[in-house]
Design a protein around this ligand. Structure first.
Ligand code: EPZ
Length: 436
């Protein structure tokens, strides 16, 4: 892969972006539905035979993968709106197996485990395998489901879960905070007999969104968003309609875009309440953030200040915003420090940012970012979802042209990026695969 200017881009593997830096972003961006809520809400549909209608569904590749999984199970998924933004899921499944080729593409597939075990008393779900940002074991999911009476074995790379009778409520104490494990156990517990208590539960807003939807389906969940969640099982759940919360990470990402380009963006459906640590950090750096009704307004005309970030489970600074802030801080005068405590390998964007002229030293989980006066465009490649956007942010301010390859990583979790950015003045275009 090499390039000497847009016209001579050669040998890229997939779709890629060509970005020309130096244009402040100004205007409005509509924030879509939350990927990390929508994926679980789709899995929650398996808990009832009635129709669960979900609106504000993001049009991203991970949703397409989850739809493919549900259909593989025999579940009905209908696009009610015609544009993928409203889905109705329901019906009866014809098999309880989530195959490797789907699960390995998207780890969130493992979240069908709890619903299948609770409703159909069996499930055979492929172990997801590793991913770019870490080994990402799922032992906490399995221990939690065993605490509810699930019999769990691992056979030929698959999780085989079964129960001879209705699951039974129990106490689940997580030794470390896990979003997915909290969600799998919470979903399974809705149909278990008796009370389940989850201790050291994840507190992310997406957990609250899932619990709100489950309660509308007839579940009895209290404490979602806190460290202790209580679920009193019921015999059956029914259908409902649920509007998916807006994507706080997409919102925070575009807030970084406004900041790094010294621009002014109004983020429609952005919710400052879901981004406490992120907004505090933006303000510490000198960025103006305000909320009026459903609009989060981010302005940046001042000289920015360096800062220190430690990623933590919610309500701490979200690991899913770490790469984006690394890009921002790479052009902020002074020395910033970013400590990644959630995943063991989430600095894959560092070597690519360095190719653009960033000055970043990594020692274990600590990245020390020495701000530089400017970045310079170069060919770079995406390694994972959030790293992809950190390279776009850098490209938006780098001198000259940046070509970002492997954009398929980005398409998994961000909708219409080039459209949203171009509408606010960015010079970014997508070059389709094999269309050079
Ligand atoms: C969810 O992943 C999100 N994904 C991630 O977002 C997010 O980074 C993460 O939560 C943390 O907030 C979705 O919601 C689809 P965890 P999840 O279980 O549930 C370890 C993005 O960019 N762990 O909270 O898989 C694990 O290895 C993605 O949108 C175990 O050790 O995360 C990690 O170090 C990336 N054993 C830590 O816990 C387990 O059984 C947190 O993982 C489970 C997790």
């Amino acid at each position: 892969m090499w390039c000497d200017g847009a016209a001579n881009v050669k040998l890229f593997m997939g779709d890629h972006f060509i970005i020309r830096g130096g244009y402040p972003l100004r205007g409005e961006i509509v924030i879509g539905g939350a990927k990390n809520s929508a994926l679980k809400l789709l899995a929650a549909g398996l808990l009832t035979s009635e129709q669960l209608v979900l609106s504000n569904v993001p049009r991203i590749d991970d949703i397409t993968t989850m739809i493919a999984l549900l259909r593989y199970l025999g579940f009905n998924v209908a696009d009610v709106s015609g544009d993928g933004s409203v889905l109705s899921v329901g019906g009866e499944i014809t098999n309880t197996e989530a195959p490797y080729d789907i699960v390995s593409k998207m780890r969130a597939s493992v979240l069908v485990l709890g619903p299948l075990l609770a409703r159909y008393h069996k499930a055979r779900v492929s172990l997801p395998g590793g991913c770019a940002i870490g080994t990402r074991p799922i032992t906490l999911h399995l221990k939690g489901l065993e605490a509810l009476g699930g019999n769990i074995t691992l056979e030929n790379g698959y999780i085989c879960a079964s129960t001879t009778r209705r699951l039974k409520g129990g106490n689940v104490v997580f030794p470390l905070v896990s979003v997915g494990a909290t969600e799998n156990v919470m979903m399974a517990a809705t149909l278990a007999e008796g009370r389940t208590t989850i201790v050291n539960a994840a507190c992310e807003p997406e957990i609250v969104d899932l619990a709100n939807c489950l309660n509308k389906m007839g579940a009895k969940i209290s404490g979602a968003g806190e460290k202790i969640i209580i679920i009193d099982g019921v015999e059956a759940l029914h259908g409902t309609h649920h509007q998916i919360m807006s994507d706080r990470i997409e919102c925070g990402t575009y807030a970084c875009a406004a900041a790094i380009t010294r621009g002014d963006l109004r983020l429609i459906n952005g919710n400052i309440d879901h981004l406490g640590a992120v907004v505090r950090t933006l303000r510490e750096c000198g960025i103006d953030v305000s909320q009026t009704d459903n609009v989060m307004h981010v302005q940046c005309q001042k000289t920015l200040r360096s800062t220190k970030i430690v990623t933590e489970p919610y309500p701490g600074f979200p690991t899913d915003m770490q790469a984006q802030f690394m890009a921002l801080l790479s052009v902020v005068e002074g020395t910033s420090e970013i400590t990644e405590t959630v995943f063991e390998n989430r600095f894959m964007h560092v070597p690519e940012l360095i190719r653009l002229g960033a000055h970043i030293d990594v020692q274990g989980s600590l990245a020390t970012v020495h701000g530089v006066r400017h970045l310079t465009g170069a060919p770079v490649r995406a390694t994972d979802l959030r790293a992809s956007f950190s390279l776009i942010l850098a490209g938006l301010v780098a001198r000259g042209e940046t070509v970002l390859d492997n954009v398929y990583h980005l398409d998994r979790g961000y909708e219409a990026v080039e459209r949203k950015l171009s509408a606010c003045g960015a010079k970014i275009e997508r070059v389709q695969k094999n269309k050079i």
